[in-house]
Design a protein around this ligand. Structure first.
Ligand code: FHN
Length: 571
């Protein structure tokens, strides 16, 4: 290796990726045969991890290859499912952690062509189908974990002696030859999706990046290559930042709870949830990489196809507001939905259809024309523009028909002059709620935002985090502090918090008693701590200070926001 990176001069390597916004992840491997059940026992967790979860020795897992005879596999049919959903790229698991190459790997016998009765190369067939249907082909490659190779990371049941492992040898013997194959056998590869970097060193990540770019300079690389040797950021699995993130990012996500096929996982997300997740992600500047786990026979499960088709129905009407779209002017989630923008148009994706009109506080733009994206006649919607001179903010009122044009998400298009802009200060919304997100606060060092837009290290110096915000309707408010909670894991650590607002102080200890899923994503959980009521008597600009104190030993949960909920006469 040791090759120099060869960037293509002046080219926007991201142009296709930004345009696409929506891709299909395909987790297909030997694990589709047990499909979550081993020797009659249901195995908990994600399906493609069955080898590690049981654990299954290599000698027992390897023979699964002889059983993999996916006679129903039809690359064109898969690509059409993706295209029908409105997806513009496909990321195929060329080699997952189990080490089996799901393509023709001349450097290995543990591959689709040599070891299975199919003797075909599914990746070649997918490459041809993608070319014909106009989708980008991309590959997933597990560069550090390989449970089949004695020198790689991950398999401690067959290869327990860590001292004897030579990770560099594994990279030379398996990873480098296979990456060369993947980047020379199939034409242009849009991106390589590395995963779980684990033991890889900075030097080794850099060398892999250089190898990829020496063969295909345009090929994008995700952050799980390790050590920042990447082009863009992969969010955690099913994780979505809470606010707009400036650098390119993508959320890998499941349709149910597994990546590789599991026959008993029926925990499917509804089309409504999927459409809203797509909108939410694009409105924050990301791409949505949504997974299917085909069966051992080679079919994408019907339950996936049906849901993706419904997402496609929505995209056929509203795709203009997604493809190539960027975040609208709002930094944080809006309670009415989400906004995207593209070439002089602002798209308001309305989740819960309001009665009569949509009221938008803080949006600063001149609207020339407004209509519903679902309306082929583009009949105008009446727009009224107010300025609240006392509090100094703009308010837009868009009159809406009684019925939402789409039961899941309806899009209002605002044709505008110039760039849309929003008030940087949080403003009380028409329902009376005041949400103060971490990304809107002044955070004293060493506090900062993580890649999800949550505040970390915010208690270390016991210095206050501050917000200024605009109160429209004064009254009494319940103060809540929202911290992140992880799914399926025990909430750890705590902190004591003090809140000062309108000369009143409230104190609380963070708890995990009130745990709530985000209304955006079923995978996103928060713990809500109530700190008691405060009274704000005057409309105008107010300030809130939050100070957290923790002991050095205790982990501190990341901070999402402080929320003031109106009670009594202010509600
Ligand atoms: O361990 C893998 C998992 O099996 C799956 O491939 C996901 C997809 O993002 N990545 C890893 C866990 O984050």
């Amino acid at each position: 290796m040791g090759v120099q990176t060869v960037p293509s001069p002046g080219a926007d390597r991201f142009a296709w990726w930004r345009q696409a916004r929506f891709g299909m992840f395909i987790h297909w491997g030997l694990y589709a045969i047990p499909a979550g059940v081993w020797k009659g026992q249901e195995i908990a967790g994600i399906g493609e991890w069955i080898m590690a979860r049981v654990p299954i020795p290599v000698a027992e897992y390897e023979p699964l290859a002889k059983q993999l005879n996916p006679v129903k596999f039809n690359a064109r049919a898969w690509v059409r499912v993706a295209k029908d959903a409105g997806m513009r790229y496909i990321v195929f698991t060329a080699k997952h952690h189990d080490g089996f190459a799901m393509y023709n790997s001349p450097s290995s016998d543990y591959d689709m062509v040599d070891a299975t009765p199919l003797h075909r190369d599914p990746l070649k067939e997918l490459a041809d189908a993608c070319r014909e249907e106009g989708l980008r082909l991309c590959v997933y490659y597990s560069q550090a974990q390989d449970w089949h190779h004695p020198d790689a990371a991950g398999n401690s049941w067959d290869f327990p002696d860590e001292e004897r492992k030579d990770f560099g040898r594994y990279l030379r013997e398996k990873v480098e030859p296979q990456l060369r194959e993947l980047l020379t056998q199939y034409g242009p590869i849009g991106l390589i999706w590395f995963d779980t970097p684990r033991v890889i060193t900075q030097e080794q990540s850099n060398a892999l990046r250089d190898l990829v770019h020496s063969l295909q300079p345009e090929c994008l690389i995700n952050s799980r290559i390790g050590h920042g040797a990447s082009d863009y950021d992969s969010a955690g699995d099913n994780q979505i930042p809470v606010c707009v993130r400036p650098k390119p990012w993508e959320t890998p996500a499941t349709l149910n709870d597994t990546w590789g096929f599991k026959r008993n996982d029926d925990h499917w997300k509804s089309p409504r949830t999927l459409i809203r997740l797509l909108v939410d992600i694009v409105s924050k500047g990301g791409n949505y990489l949504l997974n299917v786990g085909p069966t051992a026979e080679g079919e994408i499960p019907e339950a996936s196809i049906v849901r993706l088709h419904q997402v496609g129905n929505w995209m056929r009407v509203n795709g203009e507001a997604i493809y190539g779209a960027e975040p609208g002017p709002f930094l944080c989630e809006s309670n009415w939905g989400a906004a995207t923008k593209r070439s002089g148009k602002l798209f308001l994706h309305i989740f819960d259809w309001p009665k009569g009109a949509l009221l938008l506080r803080g949006l600063r733009c001149r609207v020339r024309y407004a209509y519903l994206l679902a309306d082929p006649e583009r009949r105008p919607l009446a727009v009224t523009h107010y300025r609240n001179a006392v509090l100094g903010f703009e308010e837009l009122r868009v009159a809406l028909p009684t019925e939402a044009p789409d039961a899941n998400v309806s899009v209002v298009v605002l044709e505008i002059d110039g760039e849309p802009d929003a008030d940087p200060k949080p403003i009380q919304t028409p329902d009376g709620i005041i949400s103060l997100e971490a990304c809107q606060a002044v955070l004293p060092a060493p506090a900062g935002l993580d890649r999800s837009g949550l505040a970390v290290r915010w208690t270390e110096q016991a210095r206050p985090i501050e917000w200024e915000f605009k109160v429209v309707t004064p009254g009494t408010f319940d103060v809540e502090v929202w911290t992140a909670a992880a799914r399926n894991t025990v909430w750890q650590g705590t902190a004591d918090v003090s809140i000062v607002v309108a000369e009143q102080q409230r104190r609380a200890t963070l708890t995990d008693k009130d745990r709530r899923a985000s209304d955006r994503s079923p995978h996103q959980l928060y713990s809500v701590t109530r700190c008691g009521p405060v009274r704000i008597d005057q409309a105008g600009t107010a300030a809130l200070r939050l100070t957290g104190v923790s002991s050095a030993e205790e982990p501190v949960p990341s901070l999402r926001m402080v929320r003031l909920l109106p009670v009594g006469e202010g509600a």
